[in-house]
Design a protein around this ligand. Structure first.
Ligand code: PMV
Length: 306
């Protein structure tokens, strides 16, 4: 049977979230432990089967407004407006946890639709279409999620300026803890914008300091300077908290990770819920940190070898 398949994976922002919206650099890592596959098959109506909805795409709830828009944009580009198919989305990426679920779904779906119509898809077009979806989901996305959810290497990224893939030389583990609360990227980004307008010098200073930390951590990754990197992550968490994008659950998990022997810990992604990450020097400490996070009510934990 005619079909089209697309894949993308999760991501973790190591450092630079929020500051990246204001053209400071950020570093993001592909996190392929969690991933999404979209499969397109023939249908006489436009239908979707995913965690939010099983039925007509036109009747999908608000959470799928970005999917509706990206499907329409693909059909428009392909000159296939009015064509119908069935969209099946299988994802293990937790939704609204700062792991890039919306960007990964958009990337996988765009790839699947182009494959279904046997049409080549350039990286630039795929990015533009995924960004369209991200703009609906997040308001003013930097583009980092759309890039890193299809990259197989870590990215150093500056909005509209630079996307450089690099290899990590450091030998360490990241432990990831899910606060169990939905992250609220769109609202957190909007609230920071308001704070920045109300108090430009204070917020601009914090944004700039996060940019400096991103560059420092890029160096630390190249030289395996894990202690300085962990310190940088703790400082980043302090700045993000001062910006008002952390919350009580994330603060609790960050503290628990540091008490259990992490070299540093911070929220990852938009904040106000979602996930945090902690740096551990070896597998034994990583396991202890993981246990401590579970004891501090993390709803899920993962480990990633750098
Ligand atoms: O919550 P996430 O995974 O979508 O990450 C958002 C990262 C921000 O820097 C806060 C926003 C952006 O567009 O880069």
């Amino acid at each position: 049977m005619k079909h089209g398949i697309g894949h993308a994976h999760g991501k973790l922002i190591l450092i630079g979230e929020h500051a990246v919206v204001y053209r400071q650099p950020a570093i993001a890592l592909p996190f392929s432990t969690v991933s999404v596959t979209t499969t397109i098959t023939p249908s006489d109506q436009m239908t979707v089967d995913c965690i939010y909805h099983n039925g007509l795409l036109s009747e999908a709830p608000g959470e799928l407004a970005n999917l509706q828009a990206v499907v329409a944009a693909c059909l428009d580009f392909l000159g296939r407006t009015g064509d119908c198919f069935h969209i099946k989305i299988d994802s293990s990426i937790p939704q609204e946890r700062g792991m890039g679920s919306s960007a990964a779904v958009a990337n996988a779906t765009v790839q699947a639709i182009f494959a279904y119509f046997d049409t080549d898809l350039s990286g630039t077009l795929r990015f533009d279409l995924a960004q369209l979806s991200e703009t609906i989901a997040h308001g003013s996305p930097s583009g980092l999620d759309a890039k890193v959810t299809v990259s197989d290497r870590p990215l150093y990224f500056i909005k509209n300026t630079e996307t450089t893939a690099f290899d990590v030389k450091a030998q360490a583990y990241l432990v990831i803890g899910d606060s169990g609360e939905s992250g609220q990227t769109k609202l957190a980004v909007a609230s920071l914008r308001e704070k920045k307008e109300a108090n430009p010098s204070r917020i601009n200073h914090l944004i700039q300091k996060l940019g400096v930390l991103t560059n420092q951590i890029r160096q630390n990754l190249a030289t395996n300077n894990l202690h300085e990197m962990g310190h940088g992550m703790n400082l980043a968490q302090d700045y993000l908290a001062e910006m008002g994008v952390s919350n009580a659950s994330l603060d609790r998990l960050v503290k628990a990770a540091n008490r259990a022997g992490a070299l540093g810990a911070k929220l990852t992604g938009g904040g106000w819920g979602g996930c945090m990450i902690a740096l551990s020097q070896n597998l034994e400490t990583a396991r202890q940190v993981r246990e401590a996070l579970a004891d501090s009510q993390a709803s899920q934990t993962w480990m990633l070898a750098l």
